[in-house]
Design a protein around this ligand. Structure first.
Ligand SMILES: [Zn+2]
Length: 56
């Protein structure tokens, strides 16, 4: 058994520049918003809109 319960801390140094929180333009409406990272290319408005349209 190991007493080492340390968890690896978030290290952004090895991540791609695009995979960091940054301001981006929404792919849908072009509005500037704060992206949370890779894969987050829609502003909150468009995201809520798309998720709402997907609701059953
Ligand atoms: Zn948008």
């Amino acid at each position: 058994m190991s007493n080492n319960t340390k968890k690896p801390e978030a290290d952004y140094s090895f991540k791609h520049e695009e995979d960091r929180p940054a301001k981006r333009n929404c792919l849908n409406c072009g509005t500037k918003f704060k992206s949370e990272g890779w894969g987050n290319r829609l502003c909150p408005t468009c995201r809520s809109r798309s998720s709402a349209s997907m609701a059953a």
